[in-house]
Design a protein around this ligand. Structure first.
Ligand SMILES: [Zn+2]
Length: 371
């Protein structure tokens, strides 16, 4: 069976929820419809003429792009101009475009994590926090027979995540009591009689943003008509997400060695560097896209070098004064999202036995060339 456009988007939004995007960003479905079965999906960094041609040739009906195809408000839809012609071509071939931009940058396991992984950063932290979610404790009481069912439903809705661990909970057995009053149809016991039941107390951690959905899932899986549960505020640091990553190298390298390493790992034709080639690099910050305005943050956090793109002359000078080296690897390093996102989607679709094919665009959309 082929997956519907909507089904595919639900999968990617679990990786990078729209709510993580910056306020100014333009994300989500931009062209076409998701209400149709999709034979082939293609991931792309940019949507330009060549990418649309590629999609047509390869029979793609949904493009998931990093950069929005419509960013500034449209003033017209003129097919005698390149931007209008591009949109007209997409519509004529019934190709939908969905953009996941800063939400993919910020996402846990998204673009900046892919870059940090590729550049072999360890003990990685977020460079600039853009999103915080308070943690809470959720406690519920379940008859022993339904312990697994209820806990699985809660965990699947996102409860019990601590660091890189899911399904975290503490469960203890005890006795629950209740007296069904008039008008009830109790799952256990009878009206007017105090009941003692072997129950399990399940306690787990939830993020505030997930509270409604976890409780809904818990109630749906719970056999009781009145589900008893408590929610406690926690005095713990919030769950955070953000732009860029900062981490350490397993072995220090010189700036020159590391720049060569970056070039090789990210498949680049060239990089620009700021700083002495012999300087030792131990701590590295990385931010896909235009990272010029995050250089001082990286310096403040103790990075020896920042790997990013689109760094301006004066930004580079300011960073240099602060003792930060730069590897300007171009905006094109974000192309890492093409294969990574494609394999993420393919894997998730296969788990659900969908036959939809996922490919990564092979078009090189970087306008810059190196001589
Ligand atoms: Zn970008």
């Amino acid at each position: 069976m082929l997956a519907n456009g909507q089904t595919i988007i639900q999968l990617v939004e679990r990786l990078a929820p729209k709510s993580l995007a910056m306020e100014w960003d333009k994300i989500g479905l931009q062209v076409g419809t998701l209400q149709k079965p999709v034979q082939k999906v293609m991931t792309a960094l940019d949507v330009n003429e060549e990418v649309v041609e590629e999609a047509i040739q390869k029979g793609v009906s949904l493009i998931i792009a990093h950069h929005p195809v419509i960013f500034r408000p449209l003033k017209h839809l003129r097919t005698d101009l390149p931007a209008g012609r591009l949109l007209a071509k997409l519509l004529a071939h019934d190709i939908a475009v969905y953009s996941m931009h800063t939400n993919l940058d910020v996402a846990n396991g998204g673009l900046n994590d892919w870059l940090a992984e590729e550049l072999e950063l360890q003990q990685t932290e977020i460079l600039d926090v853009t999103y915080q979610d308070e943690l809470k404790k959720l406690v519920t009481f379940v008859p022993k027979s339904h312990r697994e069912q209820v806990f699985q439903a809660m965990a699947n809705a996102g409860a019990g995540h601590i660091g890189q661990y899911s399904h975290c909970s503490f469960q203890i057995e005890g006795t629950g009591t209740f007296l069904p009053l008039e008008g009830t149809t109790p799952f256990i016991g009878e009206q007017g009689k105090v009941e003692h039941v072997d129950e399990v107390r399940i306690e787990t951690v939830i993020k505030s943003s997930q509270q409604a959905s976890v409780i809904k899932a818990m109630k749906a899986a719970h056999p009781y008509d009145e589900v008893a549960y408590d929610i406690y505020p926690l005095d713990l640091p919030p769950f955070t997400l953000g732009l860029g990553r900062i981490g350490k190298l397993a072995e220090p390298m010189t700036l020159e060695e590391y720049a060569q390493f970056v070039k090789r790992k990210l498949g680049l034709e060239g990089v620009r560097i700021v700083g002495s080639k012999d300087r030792l690099v131990k701590k590295v910050a990385v931010l896909g896209g235009s990272g010029g305005s995050y250089l001082l943050k990286a310096a403040f956090r103790g990075a020896d070098v920042m790997v990013t793109g689109d760094v301006g002359y004066h930004e580079a000078q300011d960073a240099f004064v602060e003792g930060l080296s730069i590897i300007d690897a171009g905006h094109n390093i974000e192309k890492i999202m093409k294969p990574r996102l494609a394999s993420f989607i393919q894997e998730k679709l296969q788990e659900q036995k969908y036959k939809t094919e996922v490919i990564a665009s092979e078009v090189h959309t970087d306008p810059f060339q190196y001589l």
